[in-house]
Design a protein around this ligand. Structure first.
Ligand SMILES: *Cc1c(COP(=O)(O)O)cnc(C)c1O
Length: 361
C-alpha cells in the first residue's frame, strides 16, 4: 500500500474470486461457470462485423442488448439496465440505494459486505436459520434497502416469489434487490412482480445460465423510475460499460432460447444425479435450485475433502468460515467432469474410512 491511498480504503479487504488455474488439466468446479460453450449464434455474432467496429465506441445505451432482454421478459427497454457483469450492476445499486444501509443474509454472496466497505454503506448481515434457510420476517419492515440472492449462494436454497412479495409489501419506502444469478436452474423469478412493485429490482447475469462469464454481462430489471436511477449512476461512472463484442454476444445469447433451455436442463439433470450420488455416499446436501451443490461429507472435514479433491486435480470451493466450514460448494460441470468428481469422491471416502479404521486399532 502506498501512502497516497484514500484513508477510507486502507482497511478494505477485497473480494477473493475463486481460483482461475492456468494450464493444468483441472476439473474446474469452483466458480459456477457453465460447463458448455456459448451458443453457436454467439460465436457467429462476435466473429462477424462487430470485431471490425472495435475502433468505434460501443453504444452507451446498448440498445441491441437492452431490446433483446426487454423482448425476452416482455418489459419496456426503459426498465432494463445493463452492466459489465452483474457485479457492476450491484455496485450501481449500492451507490444509488445505500443511503439508509443495506440488509442482506450473513451467509450469501461474498461481494455484498465488500461493496458495503467500498461504497461506505452500512451493511447489515442477518444470520440464516440453523437449516440455512432465510427467515423472511428478518427482512420485513427493514427500513432500509434489502438485498437477497435468490437462490442464495452458496447454499443454493431459494424463496418463493410469494415470500419475496411479503418483503416487498412491508418495505415500500426502500428498494428490495433480488439477485437472481442462479434463477434459471429451477427457481422461480420475481420478474412477474415488477408490474405491482415499484420498489423491486431484479438483478441477473449472463455468467451462469447463458454461458458468458468471460463476456462480463449483467442487468437489472425494475420500474422505469428505479432503472432510471441506475442509469443515472451508470452514465456518471462509465457510459460505455458494455463493450461492442459483449453487446452482440449478449443479444445473440438472449435470442437463442432453444440453446439456453437445452444447457440449463442438462445442468439441472446433472445436478440431480450428483445430488443422489452424494446422498447415497452419506453426504448432507442442501436442496439446491442453482448450478451448484452445497454439501457436507459424512466422515471427513470440509477442508480435508477440499484438499483431497485438489490433489486429484478437482477444484471446488471451500470457505474457512465457522458456520459453513464443514461444507464445500461444488459447481455442476459437464457429465464427464461430474463422473470424474464422483469417482474421486468415492476413493477419498474409502481412503478416509480405511485411515479411520486404522486409527481405531
Ligand atoms: C456470480 C454471481 C454474481 C456476479 O456475476 P457477474 O459475473 O458479475 O455477472 C452476482 N451474484 C451472485 C450471487 C453470483 O453468484
Amino acid at each position: 500500500m502506498s501512502r497516497f491511498l484514500h484513508s477510507k480504503y486502507k482497511e478494505l479487504a477485497p473480494y477473493v474470486p475463486g481460483e482461475q488455474p492456468k494450464g493444468q488439466p483441472l476439473v474446474k468446479l469452483n466458480t459456477n461457470e457453465n460447463p458448455y460453450p456459448p451458443s453457436p449464434k454467439v460465436i457467429e455474432a462476435v466473429r462477424g462485423a462487430e470485431a471490425q467496429n472495435l475502433r468505434l465506441y460501443s453504444d452507451p445505451e446498448a440498445r441491441q442488448l437492452v431490446n433483446a432482454i426487454a423482448g425476452y421478459y416482455r418489459l419496456l427497454p426503459e426498465q432494463v439496465v445493463v452492466g459489465n457483469g452483474s457485479d457492476e450492476i450491484l455496485a450501481f445499486c449500492y451507490m444509488a440505494f445505500g443511503e439508509d444501509g443495506i440488509r442482506y443474509p450473513e451467509i450469501s454472496y461474498g461481494f455484498y459486505p465488500v461493496f458495503s466497505k467500498t461504497f461506505s454503506v452500512e451493511g447489515q448481515a442477518i444470520p440464516l436459520r440453523e437449516d440455512f434457510s432465510i427467515d423472511i420476517r428478518d427482512y420485513q419492515h427493514a427500513g432500509k434497502t434489502v438485498l437477497i440472492a435468490n437462490p442464495n449462494a452458496p447454499t443454493g436454497m431459494c424463496l418463493h416469489p410469494a415470500q419475496i412479495e411479503d418483503i416487498l409489501k412491508t418495505n415500500r419506502e426502500h428498494p428490495v434487490i433480488i439477485d437472481e444469478a442462479y434463477v434459471d436452474f429451477g427457481a422461480e423469478s420475481c420478474v412477474s412482480l415488477l408490474p405491482r412493485y415499484d420498489n423491486l429490482v431484479v438483478v441477473q447475469t449472463f455468467s451462469k445460465s447463458r454461458n458468458l462469464a468471460g463476456g462480463r454481462l449483467g442487468f437489472a430489471l425494475a420500474s422505469k423510475e428505479l432503472a432510471g436511477d441506475l442509469n443515472k449512476i451508470k452514465f456518471s461512472f462509465n457510459p460505455y460499460n458494455v463493450n461492442r463484442l459483449s453487446i452482440a454476444a449478449g443479444a445473440a445469447a438472449m435470442e437463442d432460447i432453444a440453446y439456453f433451455t437445452q444447457c440449463t436442463r442438462r445442468v439441472v439433470a446433472t445436478r440431480q444425479l450428483t445430488e443422489e450420488r452424494l446422498l447415497a455416499l452419506g453426504f448432507t446436501v442442501l436442496a439446491s435450485k442453482a448450478n451448484f451443490l452445497f454439501a457436507k461429507p459424512g466422515n471427513i472435514s470440509g477442508s480435508e475433502y477440499f484438499q483431497r479433491l485438489r490433489q486429484r486435480d478437482i477444484l471446488v470451493r471451500h470457505w474457512d468460515i465457522p458456520k459453513i466450514a464443514d461444507y464445500v460448494r461444488i459447481t455442476i460441470g459437464s457429465e464427464e467432469e461430474m463422473e470424474r468428481f464422483y469417482q474421486a469422491t468415492k476413493e477419498i471416502l474409502q481412503q478416509a474410512q480405511q485411515e479411520g479404521a486404522g486409527d481405531a486399532i
